[in-house]
Design a binder for this molecule. Structure first.
Ligand SMILES: NC(=O)c1ccc[n+]([C@@H]2O[C@H](COP(=O)([O-])OP(=O)(O)OC[C@H]3O[C@@H](n4cnc5c(N)ncnc54)[C@H](O)[C@@H]3O)[C@@H](O)[C@H]2O)c1
Length: 333
């Protein structure tokens, strides 16, 4: 019997024991290439033939580029599963995978607490305009001269959550501890149990009623620039926008214009359209809270994500099926 191969793209940083334990079921291999061009050549050369499952990290895109249609087309016939270490899997062209009969998994749930924590930190920081005074203090200038305008309390404000999945629901619980009223819009209305008292509203109503809008939906062809000039125009003057999902769900140029005009009072961002580049209009605005994609940047959460992803590889090796597949493939045979 041939032993299956597992291809690791990226690093295992924490869950070494679990990863190493896979070696009793499979041959664990890594690519020779370190650039996309070489990776494509390595795929073409047949050197990765026989691989059944790929474990990939978000950062591995620095070596292979995105898993777009070009890469998926070149994958060996033997590859049946891609286990992506991250909740957001926009680096992987799921439709191209489905066409090739390749199943894709991600790491939902494991990310919820840490990402919702940063989300709430950005909400509070943007409401209070904390960045200006933090910068002034480090420049030996105390609160700044003149001091920043007074901020706002979260208590009593309406928080509109766009995309009420794992992170959105976790954020709701946390926001309620700050006495915010939560309304949400989702692709599908949640059951009463899942909504847990959050009011379901249309997309337009969410835009027009919210004091704070939190973006928690995945990036895909339907959601790219879902928030742009038209949508900013439908929001309350003085709205605060927070994005921990993916930069490109919001049109950054339009955001900068809405901030400059004062229609959007502030924003809190963990993600950007063209990471790690940041729009100069955001950097130049001292009022906004900017964090460099730190949503899951904790030991506990990074470990939990790796363990989840490894459990998907293990499940393939032991049972022939993934523990979870991405929503687009839930009906795939
Ligand atoms: N900043 C970070 O470090 C970080 C960490 C984890 C996840 N993320 C991002 O956050 C996103 C959400 O993560 P999650 O685990 O909560 O995902 P999830 O799949 O549990 O929830 C996403 C929700 O968005 C909804 N949705 C999809 N399309 C929509 C649309 N057009 N309009 C309204 N709602 C829509 C879905 O129905 C689902 O309920 C991920 O896709 C990922 O890109 C970022």
């Amino acid at each position: 019997m041939t032993i299956p191969k597992v291809l690791l793209l990226g690093e295992i940083e924490h869950a070494h024991e679990s990863w190493n334990s896979l070696s009793s079921f499979a041959e664990l291999i890594t690519p020779k290439s370190t650039t996309r061009a070489d990776f494509l050549e390595e795929l073409k050369s047949g050197q990765l033939d026989g691989v059944l499952v790929i474990y990939r990290t978000f950062a591995s895109a620095d070596q292979t580029g995105k898993f777009d249609a070009e890469v998926i087309k070149l994958l060996p016939e033997s590859i049946k599963f891609i286990c992506h270490n991250g909740a957001g899997y926009d680096q992987v062209d799921v439709h191209a995978c489905t066409d090739r009969g390749i199943k894709v998994s991600n790491t939902p749930t494991a990310v919820d607490d840490a990402t919702a924590d940063i989300n709430l930190f950005l909400i509070l920081g943007a409401l209070r305009g904390l960045n200006t005074s933090m910068v002034a203090l480090r420049q030996g200038n105390w609160r700044g001269n003149p001091p920043p305008p007074l901020g706002h309390d979260p208590e009593g404000k309406t928080l509109g959550i766009l995309g009420m999945g794992g992170i959105g629901r976790n954020l709701k619980k946390k926001a309620e501890a700050f006495s915010m009223k939560v309304i949400y819009h989702n692709r599908n209305q949640l059951s009463n149990e899942q909504a847990a008292g959050a009011e379901y509203v249309s997309f337009e109503e969410l835009l027009s009623r919210s004091d704070i809008i939190s973006l928690n939906l995945p990036l895909n062809q339907n959601t790219r620039h879902i928030i742009s000039t038209r949508e900013f125009g439908m929001m309350k003057k003085g709205v605060v926008i927070v994005n921990t999902a993916r930069g490109a769900v919001m049109d950054e140029d339009a955001l900068v214009k809405a901030l400059d005009s004062g229609h959007v009072a502030s924003c809190g961002l963990d993600v950007y359209e063209d990471e790690p580049k940041i729009h100069p209009g955001l950097v130049a605005n001292p009022q906004v809270m900017l964090v460099p994609h730190m949503g899951t940047w904790t030991i506990e959460t990074q470990t939990a994500m790796e363990e989840w992803n490894i459990s998907n590889v293990r499940s393939v090796l032991e049972t022939g099926a993934l523990r979870n597949v991405v929503p687009e493939q839930k009906d795939m045979k």
